[in-house]
Write a protein that binds this ligand. Structure first.
Ligand SMILES: Cc1ncc(COP(=O)(O)O)c(C=O)c1O
Length: 408
C-alpha cells in the first residue's frame, strides 16, 4: 500500500495515535479480481466473505455492495451480517458451536447452514419436528485427509461409517434434505497441490456417499493467499499461487466435473485474499535506547496490533522523517511495544538507521488483526479508510468507556 510521510503526518495529526489505514480501492480490486478469475472459469462461482477475518462494517458493507455474500461462524457475526444488510439467503453459516435457537433462526431465514457435529444433527431433528410444514435443506462440513501433518478438528469425517450414520439420521427427518457439502482446511499448506486435494476429496466424497442426491452447492472454504508483499511471500517458501492459478485449480476442476445448464454453485470463503493487503498499520518511533548492547526502538503500538494467525513475521518498512545523515546509524533495532510484557517485540533486528519521529508501516494487516486485539493495557487504535483520495473514520479510537461499559 502506498503511503507517504506527509500522508502519515496528516492522518496522525487527525486521529492522534497509531492507526490502521484501510484502502477501500485495494479492497475493490481484490474482490473483483478474485471474482473475475473464478467466474470466468466456472460462472456458478460465488464469494462469501469470511467475517471473522475482519468484520469492520465498512469492509463488510463495501464487499456486499460489490456482490459478496457473508460467511459467518457465530450468532454475533450473523447479527453483524444482517446489520450490514444481508438477508438470510445471502449468509453462509459455518462453525462448531451454535444453539438450537440460532440454527432454527438461520435455517428459517434461508441461510446456507453447514453442520459440523452430531449435536447439530440432533438440533436439526428438533427444528424439523417443531416446523413440520417447513422444508429444510442443510449442508455438511466434511473432513478428509489432504496430507496435513495434523488432521483438522472440524466437520464429519468422510468415511463409510460416519457417512452412513449421517445419512440414516437425515433420513429420519422427512422435511429435510441435503443441500451441499463444505470443507475448509487452515492447517494445510496453501499450495495448488493442497487445493487440488481439497477439491478431489470433496468431489470423491460426494460421488461415493451422496451420488444419488441432487446437491445444490459445493463450498471449498478459504485459504487463498492473495497478493502478498515480497517480504511476506519469501517467508512462505512455496510458489505463492496467483488467484488465476487458484481459480484454474479449483474452479477448473468444477468446470471439468460438471456440465449442462444447471450446475451446482461453487462457493469460496476468502478472508485473507480479499482483505489482507487492503490494510496497513502505522506507528511512530517514540524513543531509542541501548540496553546490554541491544538497540531498542519504542513505538506507540504493541505486538497485539500486528499479530495475525500465521507464524510469519509481519512485513514492515520505515517511512523516515528525514533522510538520515550519511553517518546515520545502520545498526539493527528491536522494535518494542507499550505493554509491560518483556516479549512485546513487534520486530527483531530491523536494519537501521532509525530515528525518533520515523514511522513504521506494517503491511498486510487486514486479516485477523483488529478482530483479535484485546484491550490489554491500551484500547484499540482507530481505522482510517481511504477511498479515491478521501478519508473517513472506519473505527474511532477506543476509549476507557468502551472498555469499562460491560463491567459493573
Ligand atoms: C470456515 C472458514 N472459511 C473461511 C475462512 C477464511 O480463511 P482465509 O482467511 O485463510 O481465507 C476461515 C478461516 O479460518 C474459516 O474457518
Amino acid at each position: 500500500m502506498q503511503i507517504s510521510f506527509a500522508e502519515i503526518e496528516y492522518l496522525e495529526g487527525w486521529v492522534g495515535n497509531a492507526f490502521y489505514l484501510l484502502d477501500l480501492d485495494q479492497l475493490t480490486h481484490n474482490y473483483r479480481q478474485l471474482a473475475e478469475v473464478f467466474q470466468s472459469t466456472y460462472p456458478e462461482s460465488r464469494i462469501a466473505y469470511s467475517y471473522k477475518t475482519n468484520y469492520a462494517p465498512s469492509i463488510c458493507r463495501h464487499l456486499r455492495a460489490l456482490g459478496a455474500m457473508a460467511e459467518v461462524v457465530s450468532e454475533m457475526e450473523y447479527e453483524m451480517a444482517q446489520r450490514v444488510g444481508h438477508s438470510g439467503a445471502e449468509i453462509v453459516v459455518n462453525g462448531p458451536l451454535h444453539s438450537q435457537e440460532f440454527l432454527a433462526r438461520a435455517l428459517l431465514a434461508g441461510a446456507i447452514v453447514n453442520l459440523d457435529s452430531w449435536y447439530m444433527l440432533e438440533h436439526l431433528g428438533a427444528i424439523c419436528r417443531a416446523h413440520s410444514d417447513h422444508r429444510f435443506r442443510v449442508g455438511l462440513r466434511l473432513n478428509y485427509g489432504i496430507g496435513e501433518d495434523q488432521p483438522s478438528r472440524f466437520g464429519f469425517e468422510a468415511d463409510d461409517q460416519v457417512m452412513a450414520r449421517v445419512r440414516n439420521i437425515l433420513a429420519e427427518y422427512p422435511n429435510c434434505s441435503l443441500r451441499g457439502l463444505h470443507s475448509h482446511f487452515s492447517r494445510s499448506s496453501r499450495t495448488l497441490e493442497s487445493f487440488a486435494r481439497r477439491v478431489r476429496g470433496l468431489l470423491d466424497a460426494s460421488r461415493r456417499y451422496f451420488g444419488d442426491m441432487d446437491l445444490e452447492y459445493y463450498n471449498l472454504g478459504g485459504g487463498f493467499l492473495g497478493e502478498l508483499p515480497d517480504g511476506l511471500a519469501r517467508q512462505y517458501e512455496i510458489h505463492v499461487p496467483s488467484n488465476r492459478e487458484y481459480a484454474d485449480t479449483v474452479a477448473g476442476a468444477f468446470a471439468d466435473a460438471f456440465s449442462g445448464t444447471s450446475r451446482p454453485t461453487l462457493f469460496i470463503e476468502p478472508g485473507t485474499a480479499v482483505v489482507g493487503n487492503a490494510m496497513s498499520f502505522v506507528c511512530r518511533v517514540i524513543d531509542l535506547k541501548t540496553i546490554g548492547g541491544t538497540r531498542l526502538a519504542l513505538v506507540n503500538a504493541s505486538r497485539h496490533n500486528v499479530e495475525t494467525v500465521t507464524d510469519k513475521d509481519p512485513p514492515v518498512r520505515v517511512v523516515r522523517r528525514s533522510e538520515p545523515d550519511s553517518g546515520g546509524n545502520p545498526a539493527d533495532y528491536d522494535i518494542v511495544g507499550y505493554t509491560c510484557v518483556e516479549a512485546d517485540r513487534l520486530v527483531s533486528a530491523l536494519p537501521g538507521p532509525l530515528d525518533v519521529g520515523d514511522h513504521l508501516v506494517f503491511d498486510f494487516m487486514g486479516a485477523y488483526t483488529n478482530v483479535r486485539k484485546r484491550p490489554f493495557i491500551r484500547p484499540s487504535p482507530p481505522i482510517v479508510a481511504r477511498q479515491g483520495g478521501r478519508y473517513t473514520i472506519a473505527k474511532r479510537q477506543e476509549t476507557v468507556d468502551d472498555i469499562l461499559c460491560t463491567y459493573s
